[in-house]
Design a protein around this ligand. Sequence first.
Ligand code: EPU
Length: 428
Amino acid sequence: MEKFRIIGGNRLCGQVDISGAKNAAVAVLPATVLIDGVCRIENIPNIADVTNTLKILKYLGSKVRYINKNTVEIDNRNIFGYIVPHDLARHMRASYYFIGALLSRFGIARVSMPGGCNFGVRPIDQHIKGFNALGATVSPMENGMIEVVANRLVGNSIYLDIVSVGATVNAMLCAVKSRGFTIIENAAKEPHIVDLANFLNSAGADIRGAGTDVIKVRGVDHLYGTTYSIIPDQIEAGTYMAAAAATGGDVLIRNVIPKHLESITAKLQEMGVYIEEYDDSIRVCRPEPLIHCNVKTMPHPGFPTDMQPQISVLLSIAKGTSILTESVWDNRFRYVDELRRMGVQVQVDGKVAVFQGVDYLTGAPVKATDLRGGIAMVIAALAARGKTEIEDIQHIERGYENIVDKLAQLGGDICRIVVSDSVAVRAL
Ligand code: EPU
């Protein structure tokens, strides 16, 4: 068991490189199952969610070879498995992409219901709606598995009742090699949806409209091996933007697509943060105190729910009252109990949190409740006075490559400690 120990108060300054996008990588890697050939995927983030996705691929019979830390070669020509057991699926939400991918490849998939961050109920009815529309039958099995079977997937019209990233990805995976034409309406528009479409098109698929709310897929018989580079992680970039702003720092964030960051940039500017955009980097500087503002999360291109905990730290130290409304998930404020231990003044009522800005936060022992809640603790700790120790950092390491080194390189006083050490230190 390890923790992060952070001594707050240092301004983050310097340059940081953003890794490949987690939520694109965890869709592209299962999508390689559809391809009769060798894929080389570059700019893969070195994080636990990717390691777990690759474990599933190996279990199914993929040959996986790392070319270097961020490039992986995957050969699915002789893949044979169509079952993803609980032990492998439970670590992450995106394991449900194997349903669409295996169904498309073999006409059958048996996959355990996925794990991932706990934001309350996380239904998959819209995924099932897509599978059914293309001719598959979905049956619950024992032990929390579901079986999805189709003799032949046939293109159809799918209207999603809710804008869902996962359901859009699964519908695309099923449609890509089905017979005929599929139209996905009310589709998600996130950058990782576009990245998945670009990857599949580079392998010979015919997908148009990704990035709008209508995606059109003409089924093809074969997909071929390809080389593809994953886009930079929008949320990792936004996280460093928030960390720079929280500490009154000045950071050049490199390897980003500034267009993907527009909703985050706009909110930070409203709070008095100075931002300069370049072709593939962005400078974030906060010379003055933060100004309070209201934020509401929305599907892309709105303010991302995956940045909600990070911006909450800024609202908690911005002078005045700020309102933060979560409109994507039912229960994404579990982390605020931990932030309260650091002096954050917040009232939560359902999906709305009201922050009363304080002059400063204070270090405290806290726990990462989930991935983004956990990184919010890190940002709060960097901005706080004194020492913070954060437990359950495995949540954070699911999604942030090299977080300790990257923050330390910017001047953050952060290190990893083993729990027994910290007990000894406290006892002294
Ligand atoms: N929903 C349904 N039925 C469904 C699917 C979703 O009601 O069949 C609801 C959900 O309960 C939620 C909303 O629709 O209220 C949106 O869920 P979505 O399906 O878009 O979420 P997801 O695909 O499970 C992905 C990201 C999440 C991110 C959400 C929203 C991946 C692997 N995960 O989840 O990322 O919060 O989209 O943008 O892409 C994270 O990276 O920290 C993270 C949680």
